[in-house]
Ligand binder design. Structure first.
Ligand code: NAP
Length: 259
C-alpha cells in the first residue's frame, strides 16, 4: 500500500485545473488522476498521456457520493471556476458523506486599485440594473455565454458580447458577438475597447491572469466596470495556487476511503 494519495479526482474546467493536471502528472506520475468536466464546452484541451477523464454531471450530491464510494478516491481536488455555484457545495457534501479529503483550489479575485471605477454588484440581475442606471451605451459583456439573457431588455445599450461559444441573443438585444478564448493580451484588449468605442464593461470577478488584461485595459482608459461578485462558497480547506494544492495532496494518506 502506498503511503500518500495515489488516486485523485479533480473537478476541472479551469486554467488552474489544467495546470494542476500537468504538474501532478510530471511530478508524481504514479498518481492515478481522473479529471471530471461538466461538458459545457465542446472543445477541451488534450490531457497529458495517462490521465483519465469523464464528462458530465454526477447526478447531484447522491450521484457524486456514489461515484466516490465506487471509485475509491483518496482525495478530491475541486478546481471548478470561482463562479461555479453548485459543484463546490455538492463536492463538500459528498466528501463529508464518504470521508474523502477535499480541497478547493480557487484563484484569488481581482482587487480594485484606487483609480479603478468599479460598480460592485452581487449578481447578474443587479449588473443589468446597473447598466441601465449608468446609461452605458456601448457595453462590453465579458461574463461568459450563460447569463447574457439578463441584459435582454436594455434598449438604450448596444452590447459587444465575448464568449468562448455562441451565446443565445434575445431578439430585443442589439449585440455583436465575438467568439474568443483567452488568454488575452493587454494591447489587444485596449484595441478592442477603442475599436468598439466601449463606454462600460461588465465582468465577473473571476480573477486570474488569462483574462486579467481587460481589467488593466479598462483602468488605462478610465472605463467603469460593473463587477459581479463571486457566489457564496462552502466552508472547507481552500488554497489559491497549484503549488499549495500539490503540497496539500502530499500530506493526504492513501486509501482513507474503503473501496
Ligand atoms: P455549477 O453551477 O457549480 O454546476 C452545475 C452542475 O454541473 C453541477 O451540479 C454538476 O452536475 C455539473 N458540474 C459542474 N462542474 C462539474 C465538473 N467539473 N464535473 C462534472 N460535473 C460538473 O457550475 P456552472 O457554473 O454550471 O459551470 C459548469 C462548469 O464550467 C464548472 O466545472 C466550471 O468550473 C466551468 N466554468 C464555469 C464558469 C462560470 O462562469 N460559471 C466559467 C468557466 C468555467 P451534477 O449535479 O449532475 O453533478
Amino acid at each position: 500500500m502506498s503511503s500518500v494519495a495515489d488516486r485523485v479526482l479533480l473537478l476541472g474546467g479551469t486554467t488552474e485545473a489544467s495546470e494542476f493536471t500537468r504538474r501532478l502528472r510530471a511530478e508524481q506520475p504514479e498518481v492515478d488522476l481522473v479529471v471530471s468536466f461538466a461538458g459545457r464546452t465542446t472543445e477541451r484541451g488534450a490531457l497529458p498521456e495517462g490521465v483519465l477523464s469523464r464528462v458530465g454531471g454526477f447526478g447531484g450530491v447522491d450521484g457524486l457520493t456514489e461515484y466516490l464510494r465506487a471509485q475509491g478516491f483518496c482525495a478530491v481536488v475541486d478546481a471548478t471556476h470561482p463562479f461555479a455555484a453548485r459543484m463546490p457545495f455538492h463536492a463538500g457534501a459528498a466528501a463529508l458523506a464518504t470521508g474523502t479529503p477535499l480541497l478547493r483550489l480557487i484563484r484569488p479575485p481581482w482587487l480594485p486599485k484606487p483609480e479603478d471605477r468599479w460598480i460592485d454588484v452581487t449578481d447578474m440581475a443587479a449588473a443589468a440594473e446597473a447598466v441601465a442606471r449608468c446609461g452605458g451605451r456601448r457595453v462590453f459583456l465579458t461574463i461568459g455565454r450563460q447569463e447574457v439573457g439578463a441584459f435582454a431588455s436594455i434598449p438604450s445599450a448596444t452590447f459587444v458580447v465575448r464568449a468562448i461559444e455562441p451565446p443565445a441573443i434575445a431578439s430585443t438585444m442589439a449585440a455583436e458577438v465575438i467568439l474568443a478564448r483567452g488568454p488575452f493580451a493587454l494591447d489587444d484588449e485596449l484595441a478592442l475597447l477603442r475599436e468598439h468605442r466601449i463606454d462600460l464593461m461588465v465582468s465577473k470577478n473571476s480573477g486570474g491572469e488569462a483574462t486579467g488584461a481587460k481589467i488593466e485595459a479598462a483602468r488605462q482608459l478610465g472605463l467603469p466596470i460593473v463587477m459581479v461578485a463571486r457566489p457564496a462558497a462552502p466552508d472547507g480547506t481552500t488554497v489559491s495556487s497549484v503549488d499549495a494544492a500539490l503540497s496539500w495532496l502530499a500530506e493526504v494518506p492513501a486509501r482513507t476511503v474503503a473501496r
